[in-house]
Design a protein around this ligand. Structure first.
Ligand code: NAD
Length: 272
């Protein structure tokens, strides 16, 4: 019998953290070895499984990542927290040589650069969206953009729950990067984020983003390719956060056998 992959979840008390506790429990190769919450969090000391509603796991929530890693019972770490937490988590993982699966979105350029730099020392998977459907959608978008080219206007519309703190979503931005790349454009030069007032006619080479926030929407993304006399749409709707959690645990099980590098879900799913 292969040894279980000992997994630590950071941000364990969050919406995704709770799903990750459940997905780790369900994954045949993974074993929850530690669950970490923000320093001083009220859930510190509770059983992780009780918090996630999946029954006792004999893993107590703790609020000190360094202490959890220092015990040396960790093979991989899954981080779905806040952009501000990333630098410290990268540093701790680098110190203890622990591979990381990162799901946090809303990273700025410095935080992305830190991720790339850490990828030269550690195996890291970063994906703005861990669902298999979105990973495949990115491939389809690339194919569509190449085929339709500059004759079609491209617009990206996304909807998420009212608690989401970044916009557009990391997934929408990733879609924009893939589309811009396929069209030979630079996203920073051609992105238009929302429209208001006398905007003038649409710039032909632009890629537009529209954001909807409200209720309990888990995550919806539509890309429209609008041409003369026809319109094509590619839509993905996530109806459960478990889809992201299962993708992240799949990435964790895959990552422990990889050399240092910065990977994404296309690597995990073998789509490269
Ligand atoms: P959330 O606010 O419910 O949870 C975040 C948790 O992180 C909170 O419990 C917070 O206390 C905790 N936290 C913050 N700093 C911490 C630290 N230093 N150490 C430990 N815990 C810390 O948010 P959420 O909905 O769970 O989303 C978390 C992140 O994951 C967001 O950036 C979101 O956009 C992203 N997300 C990514 C995917 C994906 O597939 N990549 C899917 C869903 C959400």
């Amino acid at each position: 019998m292969p040894q279980p992959v000992r997994t630590v979840i950071v941000g364990a008390a969050g919406r995704m953290g709770r799903q990750l506790i459940q997905a780790t429990r369900e994954h045949p190769a993974l074993q929850l070895s530690a669950a970490v919450v923000r320093s001083g969090h009220a859930a510190t000391g509770m059983d992780a499984g009780e918090l996630a509603g999946v029954g006792t796991q004999d893993v107590v929530l703790r609020d000190n990542l360094e202490a959890a890693l220092g015990e040396g019972r960790v093979d991989v770490l899954i981080d779905f927290t806040l952009p501000e937490a990333l630098a410290g988590n990268l540093e701790s993982c680098a110190r203890y040589g622990v591979p990381m699966v990162v799901g946090t979105t809303g990273l700025d350029d410095d935080q992305k650069a830190a991720l790339t730099e850490a990828g030269s020392r550690l195996p890291i998977v970063f994906a703005a969206n861990y669902s298999a459907g979105i990973t495949l959608s990115l491939k389809l978008l690339e194919m569509a953009a190449r085929a339709l080219g500059d004759d079609f206007d491209v617009e990206i519309i996304e909807a998420h729950h009212r608690h989401k703190i970044d916009a557009p979503s990391g997934t929408a931005l990733r879609m924009g990067e893939v589309l811009a790349g396929a069209l030979g454009r630079n996203l920073a030069d051609c992105a238009v984020y929302g429209r208001e007032g006398r905007t003038g006619a649409r710039g032909r080479q632009t890629i537009g983003f529209e954001t909807i926030r409200g209720g309990d929407v888990v995550g919806e993304h539509t890309v429209m390719f609008l041409g003369e006399g026809e319109r094509m749409e590619i839509t993905h709707r996530a109806s459960s956060r478990m889809t992201f959690a299962r993708g992240a645990t799949r990435a964790a099980a895959w990552l422990v056998d990889q050399p240092p590098g910065l990977y994404d879900m296309e690597d995990v799913l073998g789509l490269r």
